[in-house]
Design a protein around this ligand. Structure first.
Ligand code: KET
Length: 457
């Protein structure tokens, strides 16, 4: 048997062989080697996978890492024992470990032990119980919209998948294709909605000078949006700023949105994480439902039930009548079926079991409150540590902002400095996940911030 001929000079996907002329050259080189190598033959070349250096993908350029999830990729590569990941919004315990809620563990055991369960496909729209209970969770158990069957709810692939399905539905069936996003917003929003087929515009939200809400700017921008435009609103715990409107401001936003016939699309990824109360955090959404108008809500159970990797969420569309809602649902099925056919069963079964049972539900709210309280205590500890160090600047926004994140105001050079010198990983916009911090790591972070603001201008 002849030994295989190694002709490969570069990887299948190496973009150095990127232009068509380069590829012609590499093919010529291939012939040259064959012609001058008595061991080589065209047979052995076509049979050997190493001959495929002129890949059909040769022109692909390497894409950058995701601005948020890429932080974890970089963190994982760092061998330092003091490294700290404050990038992705994922809850950690005081010991810095991911948390599976006790109530989730218990329900999972029950599900595993129940031999009557099977793994059949669930409907395109997901588990019916899960959908009903998710609508009640966000709109309230006494919501007239739910009682009048004016809401259609479909299970989604966590918050992201639910936003995407909502976006695609609107791009196909709604008369206005522009969606207004707050500045700044979650980094994935513009990509999700652009790929869904909507055109993305911005409205002012955050004022760096006050590290608070730019309420005037927000009202001005939404006032000048064309009638019918879609407006993305963070239901609570705005990401990345941690700045939410007050209930009075929400009421003004509601009046403006309704008077201009704008269509609100709420992203509810943190219900329960802002205040520790599921009902309090749903107030802005419920304010809009109470006026009888239409809206969309994407819910995620990633954070509030710690079900990140289970990808469980829901999209609800509140309509004027049950007839419209059922027609909307029929079209949502046509969006979902070619995209992923039907959603996964496990995470939604966990959520449905918890939401259905009074005791499990109470246990969940207690665990959720404990997570929210730990984050709030991290805010106080970080603030106190900076004050104790005499770190220049006003850091009161750390205790004023709410939810998982603090928008520190640190610039990208200061962030790079903290990563390089202190092995602290965070997004380049200066956002830190307070949920990734613990009493033990607060001093390290405070030292790093102090050094960054005093040494990197
Ligand atoms: N909306 C917002 C506002 C949000 O912050 C996230 C996740 C999502 C939706 C989607 O979450 P899902 O896991 O699809 O339910 N944000 C964190 C994680 C990420 O970027 O994927 C984050 O900002 O770190």
């Amino acid at each position: 048997m002849r030994p295989p001929v190694i002709l490969k000079t570069t990887s299948f996907f190496d973009s150095s062989y990127s232009s068509p002329s380069d590829r012609r050259l590499s093919t010529l080189a291939n012939h040259f080697v064959c012609a001058h190598n008595p061991m080589a033959s065209h047979d052995s070349i076509s049979a050997s996978p190493t001959a495929a250096f002129d890949s059909v993908f040769a022109q692909i350029v390497r894409a950058p890492e995701d601005p948020i999830l890429g932080v974890t990729v970089a963190y994982n590569k760092d061998p330092s024992p003091v490294k700290l990941n404050l990038g992705v919004g994922a809850y950690r315990t005081e010991e810095g470990k991911p948390l599976v809620l006790n109530v989730v563990r218990r329900v999972e055991q029950q599900l595993v032990n129940d031999v009557s369960r099977n793994k059949e496909y669930i409907p395109i729209t997901g588990l019916a119980d899960f959908n009903k209970l998710s609508a009640k969770l966000i709109f309230g158990s006494d919501s007239p919209a739910v009682q009048e069957n004016r809401v259609t709810t479909v299970q989604g692939l966590s918050g992201t998948g639910s936003l995407r399905v909502g976006g695609e539905f609107l791009a196909k069936h709604y008369h206005q294709r522009t969606i207004y996003l707050p500045t700044p917003t979650w980094g994935n929003h513009p990509k999700v909605f652009t790929l869904a087929g909507l055109s993305v515009k911005a409205y002012r939200y955050y004022a760096p000078s006050t590290r608070g809400l730019d309420f005037e700017g927000l009202l001005e921008d939404l006032s000048s949006a064309p009638s019918g435009s879609i407006v993305l609103l963070h239901a609570c715990a705005h990401n990345p700023t941690g700045v939410d409107p007050t209930l009075e401001q929400w009421e003004q936003i509601r009046q403006l949105i309704r008077s201009k016939a704008l269509l609100p699309f709420f992203d509810s990824a943190y219900q329960g994480f802002a205040s520790g109360s599921l009902d309090a955090d749903a107030q802005p959404v419920r304010l809009f439902v109470a006026d009888g108008g239409e809206l969309l809500v994407a819910q995620s159970y990633a954070k509030n039930m710690g079900l990140y990797g289970e990808r469980v969420g829901a999209l609800s569309i509140v309509c004027k009548s049950s007839d419209v809602a059922s027609r909307v649902e029929s079209q949502l099925k046509l969006v979902i079926r070619p995209m992923y056919s039907s959603p996964p069963i496990h995470g939604a079964s966990i959520v449905a079991a918890i939401l259905k049972d009074g005791n499990l539900y109470n246990e969940w709210t207690i665990e959720l409150k404990a997570m929210a309280d730990r984050i709030i205590s991290m805010r106080q500890q970080l603030f106190d540590a900076l004050v104790a160090r005499g770190t220049p600047g006003d850091w009161s926004h750390i205790i004023r902002q709410i939810g998982m994140f603090t928008f520190t105001g640190l610039n990208s050079e200061q962030v790079s400095f903290m990563t390089n010198e202190y092995h602290i990983y965070m997004t380049s916009d200066g956002r830190i996940s307070m949920a990734g911090l613990s009493s033990k790591t607060v001093p390290h972070l405070a030292d790093a911030i102090h050094a960054a603001v005093t040494r990197v201008v």
